[in-house]
Design a protein around this ligand. Sequence first.
Ligand SMILES: NC(=O)c1ccc[n+]([C@@H]2O[C@H](COP(=O)([O-])OP(=O)(O)OC[C@H]3O[C@@H](n4cnc5c(N)ncnc54)[C@H](O)[C@@H]3O)[C@@H](O)[C@H]2O)c1
Ligand SMILES: O=C(O)C[C@H](O)C(=O)O
Ligand SMILES: [Mg+2]
Length: 432
Amino acid sequence: MKIPEILLFEVEHAPGNLAQVLQLVGNAGLTVENLEAVARTSTHTQWELTIEIDETAQHDLCERIDQLPSARMLGRSDRVFDRHRGGKIRTVSKVQLTSQQVLRDIYTPGVARVCLAIQKDPVKAKEYTNIPNTVAVVTNGTAILGLGDIGAVAGMPVMEGKAALFDAYADLSGVPILIEDKDPQVIIDTVAAIAPSFGAIQLEDISAPTCFEIEKALIEKLNIPVLHDDQHGTAVVALAALITATRQVGRDLKKSRVGQIGLGAAGIGISRLLLEYGVEGVIGTDLNQDAMAQLESLGGQRASLGELMAQADIVISTTGVKGLIKPEMVREGQVILALTNPDPEIEPEVALQSGAAFAADGKSVNNVLGFPGLFRGAIDAGVVKFTDAMLIAASECLAGLTPSGALTPDPLDRSVHDAVANAVREAAEQGL
Ligand SMILES: NC(=O)c1ccc[n+]([C@@H]2O[C@H](COP(=O)([O-])OP(=O)(O)OC[C@H]3O[C@@H](n4cnc5c(N)ncnc54)[C@H](O)[C@@H]3O)[C@@H](O)[C@H]2O)c1
Ligand SMILES: O=C(O)C[C@H](O)C(=O)O
Ligand SMILES: [Mg+2]
């Protein structure tokens, strides 16, 4: 993984002084990602220089800059950590507290009348609170990205990230809920107890097999939509990418042989949706025999890693194991989705060089394209459950919006999320 490191230094005004610093960067074999003047005095300019370095690489650039007669280092930092300092989200008021009157209306005494109105008619909570637009992002930290069981608090940066995306792409308030417990019953009971605060529940980064039990129990127990993002959000985007890839190479997805490496939450979520969509040949492998039995119970078949790589037209990996797929394992013309984050089972460039027709990693085929619109659509439709038809509608919508040559649309394009939300709402309203 590359780290964006920011170097802050000042350079005396004189032609060539900044060039000397840039020469040092070049000599160190590093590339400049960004260079910005952040302050200027009569004698000096302060520069913020961003370089990309390998996670494990060392450099003595700062010492070298300091040794230049015309430059002085002022600081260095990691841009990613800078963006997380203080957290990424907060709750903000929609109301401007501009007078005593506003204070009395939105707080005591006015608020009491609204409380009593809701007590009398609980449906009014939908109208007079933000509950319908608030989504719990629940984790117990057992499968944080591909980092494994690192605990719920360590997973908070991911949960805050999901909440930031809910805000940006679906106008929903995501509230991280960290439960430091692996007992599925504790999670079920905790979420059920706090569910009245929310319009929907997103389960996140909870490992298999407990994620299946937790999701099933909460769907049965609650009258709001519950969705395990790693299963179904991922499945929606993976299916979209496969619809696109097979269309572009003129192959029939339903007749293709799909091989899945890793049958945990994401893997099983993907197999389930592919089989539901009508893909006939899903084969899968996992270190865990129970996971393979679960694939068989859905209608797939087990295979060894070697068999899978030899037979599959499409390979999807969700193992959490960086570099698991070796270049020599890739067959000519295969479509490879190596979805493990933060580092994939095979880098897409390497897979393409090894003969793959299409290759993508978990940054581009990512559930960010699915979950905001899925939740917005379900909430807007007022349904209490996600159906496969809603998931498939989201996949088809994403595939329809994908520009030619790409596997997925641009996640930064808000209109993509709005379109997914509409497609999901329509499918829900048709009772599909
Ligand atoms: N791109 C995305 O949008 C997206 C979404 C969800 C998950 N993921 C990634 O998928 C990975 C798995 O997440 P999860 O929630 O399914 O975790 P999980 O713990 O539920 O499942 C991982 C599965 O991989 C299996 N596995 C591990 N090593 C293996 C190997 N060498 N060969 C075969 N199987 C192996 C495990 O036995 C387990 O069944 C993570 O790295 C995560 O980042 C990506
Ligand atoms: O968080 C992501 O980037 C995608 C996914 O939910 C994951 O667990 O990897
Ligand atoms: Mg996740």
